[in-house]
Write a protein that binds this ligand. Structure first.
Ligand SMILES: NC(=O)c1ccc[n+]([C@@H]2O[C@H](COP(=O)([O-])OP(=O)(O)OC[C@H]3O[C@@H](n4cnc5c(N)ncnc54)[C@H](OP(=O)(O)O)[C@@H]3O)[C@@H](O)[C@H]2O)c1
Length: 329
């Protein structure tokens, strides 16, 4: 927020710390007055982006926003029929895309099918993808889940760990060679991660009673730490984590219905939830660790009274992720 007057910066930070106004639709309604300019029309022309979790909510809105800027968007879903249906709808142009831009000339949409909870499926898909795609300018790890009960994937990993952490980590590693020198990688975390410290033990959530909400918050914290690690590993590229605010999506209705009902009048639209991701991909702003963004500005990734991450704990966490995903550390 360089160049923004100090009082405006203070107002923006207060919105963030007060949580409800900042995360709700009030946040973008106010911040739009001072946040950085929209990406230029056509700014994603000739650029190729992969979006996971594109068949619903924020992921669909990210795809729409990128198509509105002229990108080729590979929309990844786990169900062939649902993904093909999304492609057909995007090709027709879904009304009300981000900024109401619709689909720009030259924009293209391509279906990708892979269950990102299944690490073997991710390996098979990535091998096939890198065989047909030479260069990727953007990668969005958006697929997300908040399960009611503990379940394990084909490889025996707890579901949220696999979908939010292991699979994006593996996918980033497998796609590194096709990432363009100026590529942007965005990890869709959640403000819920503020309530969870980094865990370097019990990553699979086997100790004590399982809570999907806690597993979600923990793995969303892990995403922020992993994004910062990938920013270090991929110099020259742009790696960010972000949180979309509270957004009216099928995911919220299905997973946390009481919250969705009470907050309904205040929830953001999926386009508002997608806004910062699309803006990051199109403008690739300079960023400093821990690279956590919300509403077009960098935000702290830990609360004021907490210190940054303990490097020893981060190392132990990264080692376990490397082993579980079978990716060299
Ligand atoms: N909505 C919010 O208020 C909010 C707040 C903070 C963070 N977020 C984050 O934003 C992201 C999108 O959330 P949303 O609200 O748009 O949720 P959503 O409507 O439930 O969409 C989630 C997407 O992830 C996909 N997905 C889930 N598991 C998958 C798997 N194993 N393989 C492939 N795809 C899978 C879903 O595919 P299917 O269509 O096949 O189910 C769907 O496309 C998530 O990472 C979420 O944690 C959302």
């Amino acid at each position: 927020m360089c160049g923004v007057p100090a009082l405006t910066r203070l107002a923006d930070a207060l919105l963030d710390r007060a949580v409800v106004p900042g995360y709700s639709k009030v946040g973008p309604a106010l911040r739009r007055r001072w946040w950085p300019a929209d990406p230029a029309p056509g700014s994603m022309a000739g650029r190729r982006v992969l979006v996971t979790g594109a068949t619903s909510g924020i992921g669909t809105a990210i795809a729409e926003g990128l198509l509105g800027l002229g990108a080729t968007v590979h929309v990844l879903g786990r169900d062939r029929a649902k993904t093909d249906d999304l492609v057909a709808r995007l090709e027709r142009g879904i009304p009300g895309g981000v900024g109401g831009r619709g689909r720009a000339d030259g924009a293209r949409v391509v279906a990708e099918v892979c269950d990102v909870g299944d690490l073997d499926a991710v390996r098979t898909w990535a091998e096939e993808f890198t065989g047909r795609v030479d260069e990727l300018h953007g990668l969005v790890h958006n697929a997300g889940t908040l399960p009611a009960e503990r379940s394990e994937t084909a490889q025996g990993h707890e579901l949220t760990l696999a979908v939010h952490v292991l699979s994006p980590h593996l996918m980033t590693a497998l796609l590194t060679d096709v990432l363009s020198p100026d590529a942007a990688v965005v990890w869709m975390s959640s403000g819920g991660m503020y309530g969870a410290g980094l865990r370097a033990d019990d990553l699979e959530f086997t100790d004590g009673e399982y809570s999907g909400v806690r597993a979600y918050a923990r793995t969303k914290r892990m995403q922020v730490v992993l994004a910062a690690e990938w920013a270090r590993r991929l110099p020259g590229r742009h790696v960010y984590s972000t949180h979309p605010g509270w957004v009216a999506t099928d995911g919220v209705t299905a997973s946390i219905p009481a919250f969705g009902k009470v907050m309904a009048p205040l929830l953001r639209t999926p386009a508002d939830g997608a806004d910062t991701t699309v803006w990051l991909l199109a403008t690739r702003p300079a960023s400093r660790p821990p690279h956590f963004w919300h509403d077009r500005a960098q935000r702290p990734s830990t609360l004021g009274w907490e210190r940054g991450q303990d490097p020893g704990k981060v190392r132990r966490f990264l080692d376990q992720v490397a082993t579980a995903a079978d990716v060299p550390g």
